[in-house]
Design a protein. Sequence first.
Length: 209
Amino acid sequence: MSLRKEKAAILKLAILDHTIKMIGTKSFDKIHVDEICKKTKISKVTLFKYFPQKEDLLLYYFRVWSLRRLVELKEKPREGLAGIQFLFDKISEDFEAHPGIILSWVGYLSDMGRTIKPFPLKAEEKKLLFPEVKDIQLIELQSLDQMIEKFSLEAIFKKEITKTTSTRDITNAFMALFYGSIINAYINQVNPAKMFFRKNVETLLKGLS
C-alpha cells in the first residue's frame, strides 16, 4: 500500500465515520457539506475529490456495509434462509443504531431524479477496515440483491422454499420486504426492530413453503 493511497483511504473512511456520527437520528439532508468538512478538518475541494456528490456518502456507506456482511459470512458461513435472516438481522441492528443514515439511504434509492450507481471500495480501504483478514482484497463485493438471490437459490436447493416460482421473483419479494420493513419500522416506531424484521420474514416464508 503506497503512502498516498493509504492516506486517501484513511481520509475517506474518516469522512464516512464522522458523517454517520453527525447524522444520528437526523435526515442526511439536514447535514451540510460545510459541517462534514469542519468535523473532518478538510476543505470542500478535498471532500468533493473523493465524493463528487454529498449523496455518494450514502452509497459508500452501503458498500462498506456489504463488505462487512461478506467478511462475517466468510468467517461464519450461512446458507439459504439462515443467510437471508442474517442480512435482515444486521440491517435491523444498524437501523436501531443509525436510523438517520439507513432511512436516508432508502430515500436516496427511491428518488426518481437520481441514477443509482455502485460506489467503488478500493483495496486500501478494505485493508484498513479489516487488517486482520487475510486476502481481504480477494473478497468480491456483492450487492444486497446479489446476496439475497444467492441465498434464495440455496434455500430452493435445500427445499426450505418449496413454492414453484423463479429465483428472481423470490429475490424481489425479499428485497421489497427488506426496504418495506425499514420504512414500516420507522413510521410505526417499532422497537425492537429485529423482532419486527424477523416476524416479517417468517410471514413471507409461509407463502413460499
